[in-house]
Structures are given as structure tokens and as C-alpha cells.
Design a binder for this molecule. Sequence first.
Ligand code: HEC
Length: 172
Amino acid sequence: MRAAPLLLSLLLLPGCKQEMKQQRRLDTYERSSLWPDGTTARPLPEGVVARGDLARDAAAATPPEVTPALLARGQERYGIYCAPCHGPAGDGDGMIPRRGFPRPPSYHTDRLRAAPAPYVYDVITRGYGVMYGYATRVAPADRWAIIAYIRALQLSRSVALAEVPDARERLP
Ligand code: HEC
């Protein structure tokens, strides 16, 4: 019999929790007369910087030095994230457009050869036309690595044979 009040309170506890959940609240973007602008979403105070923004901006503004290691990283990341559409050599003939996705332009056009690196960085970050952005999948340092690799792909089409190290020895 002594356990009865305890049992009763245990039964009532979940009930209390439910009531807490159902209290009045405002959802984000809901209309509200609390503030003069009529919305619950509050604007950020002036000068606020989200965590990680400064480091991201710094990485975006400072392209790393091009080294064989950076190119190797770029080649690997390009193969994962870009080649499925842009093709292994950047001709725009990857497997996804071959199966019906809009065909991307070739990187080997005068316009894209002349496109500045920050422009390509921006395309990777935000996307372009039907191409969606890769900001969440390709880290800033890797974006620069991919761009270095795209530059290498572009250069590979306009190099004279004499400029290729040891090319003569490799020819049959
Ligand atoms: C799902 C397919 C797909 C993937 C993956 C993809 N792209 Fe694209 N990309 C496109 C298409 C399609 C276009 C053309 C978009 C348009 O004109 O609407 C394009 C356009 C571009 C352009 C040219 C923009 C211009 O000014 O014409 C660049 C540069 C580019 N992509 C870079 C990349 C890089 C770097 C990656 C990898 C991080 C990548 N893309 C991954 C489909 C893709």
C-alpha cells in the first residue's frame, strides 16, 4: 500500500513532460506581433561572424603553393567529385551526362582556359547553372587542389612535344 503514491507519481510523470512540450511557442519564420517587423526570425546583430567563417574566407583568399602533392590531391578529388560529369580529361563527357544529365562545357575552350582561378573556386563553392555547389563536400584547400589539376589538364593540350621531359625517349 505504501508504494501506491510512488506508483501514481511515476504514472503521472510522462504526462507532465507532454505538457511541457505543448507549451506556447513561436516557430522560426512564423508571423508574430512581438517585434515591429512582424516576424519571429531575428536579424543578426551587425558585425556578427558565424563560427568558421573567418577561417573559410582566409582559405578562399589564399591559394596554396602548387606542389606535386597538391596536384596529386587535386587529381584524386577531381576523380571523385568532378570526373563523373566533366570526364577524366575535362571534355565534359563523364558518365552522368552520357546517361542524360545536361552536358557540361569542355574545360578546353578559350573561355574556360582564360577563366581566373577564383572564378572556378566560386563555381565549385556555389555551383553554376544546373551544376549544384560542392561547398559541403569539397573543403576549401581541396578546391584549390582541384583547380590546379584542371589547369594541368588544360595545359596538357597545348604543350609542344619538345617541352615534355623525356618525351623523345618514350616514343617508339
Ligand atoms: C552532376 C554533374 C556535375 C558535377 C559532378 C560537376 N559539374 Fe561542373 N558543370 C556541370 C554542368 C552541367 C555544367 C554547365 C552548367 C550550365 O551551364 O548550366 C558545369 C559547369 C562547370 C564549369 C563551367 C562554368 C562556366 O562558366 O561555364 C566549371 C568550371 C565546373 N563545372 C567545374 C566543376 C568542378 C571543379 C567540379 C568538381 C568539384 C564539377 N564541376 C562537378 C556538371 C557537373
